[in-house]
Design a protein around this ligand. Structure first.
Ligand SMILES: Nc1ncnc2c1ncn2[C@@H]1O[C@H](COP(=O)(O)OP(=O)(O)OP(=O)(O)O)[C@@H](O)[C@H]1O
Ligand SMILES: [Mg+2]
Length: 493
């Protein structure tokens, strides 16, 4: 049974078309992965299906009474000030107006997702990224949807939360879902169909991620083979037309001359029918060369880590230090205080003796939520405000990072998740910080961007302190690992 059908969809932001007459359907119980490069239009597609945006042409047809459970890529700012209970009730009140007690079933769902009933009055803003995504899943579940639309729900999740998400998806009885993710493992385990959005087209495969990627590669190779044999045939025809034209001239034969022209026309027709190579957005994640002189860059000594000055202690960190060229991974479960530690270091003014950063060292801080980009400034203005450099240099840097002129006047808050990450790294490249403090930098990046970032970090030999749940990224980049657990931070040798 078809749940929804996307028909000949077109949508553009300004002059940038995102889709070419895109069509596909999703049926009852289907488990679909939606993948594609950063900025290719995946989130926009889910927003069109969920009714948040209207397409320019084409339409989405729904089965009558279809209920959609949405988990957005970025948390709507209006719910940050609500408590867990208020947020869930808000969702429920859509279907059962007037109620202000959490139904038993919802309490169970929250508890199964790992929330303790004593935490139901906790403000959403105080949840860590991974817990927030768990909560968004429960909220979506409350409306008993026929289909879930999930936009990068595994971002910010630690290994245990990702396992929860996988179990959640695997145990859905009948509901269909469309999940956007850059987590290859999760996609392979939980999906059975893959839509790849590339070059404004949807490629539809009846298999999970790895097999779909392989099939797309085979299609590309076959198309490349066809293209090259078509070019060869066109070349051959042109050569024979030229030869005939020569003979036509030598013998003064109109017949030969007309045959030569016919053959030339055939060659032109073949050339015009050759499909162009699919265009893949290639954007650069680049860093500057590290210029730090200091050997000991950061030293933490007897730090009592707190979320707020007056708040409870999250951990006591007796000793932690970072030398020039270290790439330190900080790992630990969601909510243990990793982001608080990074923020404490990043905003440290040197007045507190427990966090010492070498005075010559400048810090570049990549905040997990990317909240700093909730800005109404245009991309160019934002860059000018944050990187005091010549305009021509900024324009060149923007272009190199894949931000063409069409994007320069775009509001920063309208950039896609992956584009915001790239903007953060562009600012690092221009401002050349000596120490990078990165809080889950790969969350919104497509696989290509993650690989580029890995290469940059290795090539430039910068000093980095980073939090990540991406096991492959940690293994490829980290030179030392600190484990944050049970209110302690210990180096793992
Ligand atoms: N309100 C807007 N105004 C102008 N451009 C926008 C707006 N919202 C999104 N865009 C642009 O549309 C393109 C597609 O955005 P979208 O968020 O759908 O990408 P995505 O595939 O989800 O990317 P990511 O993997 O980075 O999350 C991007 O180039 C983005 O900058
Ligand atoms: Mg997106």
């Amino acid at each position: 049974m078809t749940l929804l059908s996307v028909q000949n969809l077109k949508f553009a932001y300004g002059s940038s078309d995102l889709y070419k007459d895109t069509s596909f359907t999703v049926s009852h119980g289907e488990r679909v992965g939606l993948i594609g490069g950063n900025g290719s239009g995946k989130s926009t597609l889910l927003k069109i299906i969920s009714g948040e945006l209207t397409s320019d042409s084409g339409k989405v047809v729904f089965r009558k009474g279809l209920r959609i459970g949405l988990v957005p890529q970025f948390i709507p700012t209006n719910i940050l000030s609500q408590t867990i209970k208020e947020m869930v009730l808000d969702e429920l009140n859509v279907s059962r107006p007037g109620s202000n007690i959490l139904p038993y079933e919802v309490q169970m769902q929250l508890e199964m997702a790992g929330f303790n009933s004593s935490e139901f009055d906790t403000k959403v803003i105080n949840l860590s990224g991974g817990w927030l995504n768990r909560l968004l899943l429960v909220r979506a579940l409350c409306s008993h949807p026929d289909i879930f639309l999930l936009d990068e729900p595994s971002n910010h999740m630690d290994t245990e939360s990702i396992r929860f998400l996988e179990e959640f998806l695997q145990s859905l009885p009948n509901q269909a879902f469309v999940i956007i993710s850059h987590d290859r493992e999760l996609l392979d385990r939980c999906t059975e169909r893959t839509l790849i959005l590339r070059d404004k087209n949807i490629y539809d495969f009846n298999s999970s991620y790895s097999s779909a990627r392989k099939k797309l590669l085979e299609l590309d190779e076959a198309a490349e083979h066809l293209r090259s044999s078509q070019w060869k045939e066109a070349d051959r025809l042109r050569a024979s037309s030229k030869q005939l034209a020569h003979w036509a001239h030598v013998y003064g034969s109109k017949k030969l001359s007309s045959r030569a022209k016919n053959i030339e026309r055939r060659a032109t027709r073949i050339e015009q029918s050759i499909e162009s190579k699919p265009f893949e957005i290639r954007r650069k994640v680049e860093l500057s060369d590290s210029i730090e002189e200091a050997r000991l860059i950061l030293r933490i000594n007897e730090l009592d880590l707190k979320y707020k000055i007056s708040g409870p202690s999250l951990a006591k960190i007796s000793q932690m230090w970072l030398k020039r060229g270290d790439r330190v991974a900080l790992v630990g479960p969601n909510g243990c205080g990793k982001s608080t530690l990074l923020r404490t270091i990043a905003v440290s003014t040197g007045e507190d003796a427990s966090v010492r950063i070498h005075p010559k060292v400048s810090v570049g801080y990549y905040e997990q939520t990317l909240m700093q980009f909730e800005s109404d400034f245009s991309l160019l203005k934002y860059l000018e405000n944050n990187c005091p450099q010549e305009r021509t240099k900024l324009l060149g840097a923007l272009a190199k990072a894949g931000f063409g002129p069409a994007t320069w006047e775009r509001k920063v808050k309208a950039l896609s998740g992956g584009e915001k990450s790239r903007l953060a790294f562009l600012i690092f490249r221009l401002n050349k910080p000596d120490l990078l403090i990165l809080d889950e930098p790969t969350n919104h990046m497509d696989v290509f961007g993650i690989e580029q970032l890995e290469n940059e970090l290795l090539k430039r030999d910068v000093s980095v302190l980073f939090v990540s749940h991406d096991r492959r990224f940690i293994a490829n980049v980290g030179t030392r690992v600190f484990v944050f657990n049970n209110k302690k931070v210990i180096e793992n040798y």
